[in-house]
Design a protein around this ligand. Structure first.
Ligand code: NI
Length: 395
């Protein structure tokens, strides 16, 4: 799809509407699993269109199906819709009206762009063959994740391929990016509680010191990445919280730690979990302490299909020019788009939304987060471009 295609023209006409949609959502954010009004609002926008709507798919999810002129591939396009528990600190007329809740990740823009995609397909049924299935997904930010529940509720039934975008402020507006293979990491969390024996700080031989054991554990857990996992397979083990003890002369009876594990392949993930359990068990046993380990399994890694990632570069080049269609590095944040990619081939893509001139210079999940809204046009054009490139190939 070139910049002058009918789709691009249609989207350009829809742009003011896209901004209105996005700003409405931005002012009325809802937390993960609580997107009832957002879901109703999306359904109301879709109700005007000649499309089939399935509501309450895997929670507050909506699946909108648009059919083309003849049978053909079923292409799924996905947007997430949930916000975050952050107080909006932006000084704009469209700042959040809900105290402590904010669209600080751009999901409002994803939804607005997908609504524009729906409008385009509804207005041009003769321009495509097959089905375009639009997935408006809730609860991306909180495990178990809305994607998993939508998949469980049949959202991907008979789907041939799926595409999704994330507006991304670390990338300048005008740039599009992804990579083949592992793109975003799996993220699993854990909590450890060590129980020793409290006592007098001057009489350590009569107690079991959980601070010493915890410190040994923090050190030993770093050997998972440095000594157990293949150095060519990226991984992170972080202890983000370590709490124990009260004062100078008391041996801490309990020590609590919290951490996260990031990996890009299932072998490394499994190995990291096994080593974590083994190391904790043996270090605690060695010192005569008891322990409790609680694992919270997060999203798997986002793994892009090789063919679909190369399709991205063909489509993105036409949209923004070769120099702005860039190969991404893998990144150690998680996304539940992985659950779709476990089932069907597809590609998850970053759309540059950063621009200091319009205040879009803050990281995702920051209280002053904002986007260059024009990036929504790229999001919609990229989704349609990918879908039609795929469908053209399957003729
Ligand atoms: Ni996000």
């Amino acid at each position: 799809m070139s910049l002058n295609s009918p789709a691009q023209q249609c989207l350009t006409e829809l742009y003011p509407q896209m901004v209105k949609w996005r700003r409405h959502l931005h002012q009325h954010p809802e937390l993960s699993y609580k997107e009832q009004e957002t879901s109703e609002w999306i359904a109301a926008q879709l109700a005007e269109l000649p499309c089939e709507i399935r509501r309450n798919v895997g929670g507050h999810g909506i699946v909108a199906t648009l059919r083309g002129r003849e049978t053909g591939p079923i292409v799924a396009l996905r947007a997430d819709m949930d916000a975050l528990p952050i107080q909006d600190e932006k000084q704009t007329e469209y700042a959040s009206k809900v105290p402590g809740v904010m669209h600080a990740c751009g999901h409002d823009g994803h939804t607005a762009a997908l609504l524009a995609v729906a409008r385009y397909y509804a207005a041009h049924p003769d321009s495509f063959a097959g089905e375009r299935r639009l997935l408006f997904q809730p609860a991306e930010e909180v495990t178990p994740g809305g994607a998993k529940e939508m998949v469980g509720d049949g959202a991907l039934q008979d789907v041939d391929v799926i595409y999704g975008v994330h507006l991304w402020t670390p990338l300048p507006y005008g740039t599009l990016s992804t990579k083949p293979g592992p793109f975003m990491s799996a993220a699993d969390e854990f909590e450890i509680e060590i129980e020793g024996l409290g006592g007098h700080g001057g009489l350590p031989h009569q107690s079991i010191d959980t601070i010493m054991i915890g410190a040994a554990l923090v050190q030993a857990l770093q050997s998972i990445v440095s000594r157990s996992i293949n150095p060519l397979h990226p991984a992170v083990v972080t202890i983000g919280s370590f709490q124990a003890g009260t004062t100078n002369n008391v041996i801490a009876e309990k020590c609590r730690m919290k951490g996260t594990i990031r990996t890009f392949d299932e072998n490394s993930r499994k190995l990291a979990h096994e080593r974590l359990e083994t190391i904790i068990k043996h270090i605690c046993e060695m010192h005569g302490a008891r322990h409790r380990l609680h694992m919270k399994i997060g999203y798997p890694a986002v793994v892009n299909d090789e063919r679909e990632a190369s399709r991205f570069f063909e489509v993105a080049k036409q949209l923004v020019g070769e120099e702005h269609a860039v190969m991404a590095d893998a990144i150690t944040v998680a996304e539940d788009f992985s659950y779709y990619l476990e089932r069907v081939p597809g590609c998850f893509m970053f759309v540059g939304a950063g621009n200091p001139d319009c205040g879009a210079e803050y990281a995702h999940h920051h209280a002053k987060f904002d986007i260059d809204e024009r990036a929504m046009l790229h999001s919609a054009a990229l989704l349609i471009g990918m879908a039609e490139h795929y469908a053209g190939e399957k003729k």
